[in-house]
Design a protein. Structure first.
Ligand SMILES: [Ca+2]
Ligand SMILES: [Ca+2]
Length: 110
């Protein structure tokens, strides 16, 4: 399963290109633009599984920094600041990583 099986390649490209400037990343807009919000819970879970590269069941800080590459291989990495902001927004139980429920909440907020 790859991201383009779940989301439109054209939407992903547009979303990634909208946030090429460092520190411009806005997860709410990004998740909207890639069409994630419209997806079923099963598909959102599949996206989570792609982003959880080491299959630990969590998106850790390092994986979060590469989140754009998970959608689009040529995309940039998030800056330290963007990664920290996204982690703060998503990690509601404060364990330093994003679990599937926290990911659902992030998408729902978008
Ligand atoms: Ca992981
Ligand atoms: Ca957490």
């Amino acid at each position: 399963m790859s991201m383009t099986d779940l989301l439109e390649a054209e939407d992903i490209k547009k979303a990634v290109e909208a946030f090429t400037a460092v520190d411009s990343f806005d997860y709410k807009k990004f998740f909207q633009m890639v069409g994630l919000k419209k997806k079923s819970p099963d598909d959102i879970k599949r996206v989570f599984l792609i982003l959880d590269k080491d299959k630990s069941g969590f998106i850790e800080k390092e994986e979060l920094g590469f989140i754009l590459k998970g959608f689009y291989p040529d995309a940039r990495d998030l800056s330290v600041k963007e990664t920290k902001m996204l982690m703060t927004a998503g990690d509601t139980n404060g364990d330093g990583k994003i679990d599937i429920d926290e990911f659902f909440s992030l998408v729902a907020e978008s």
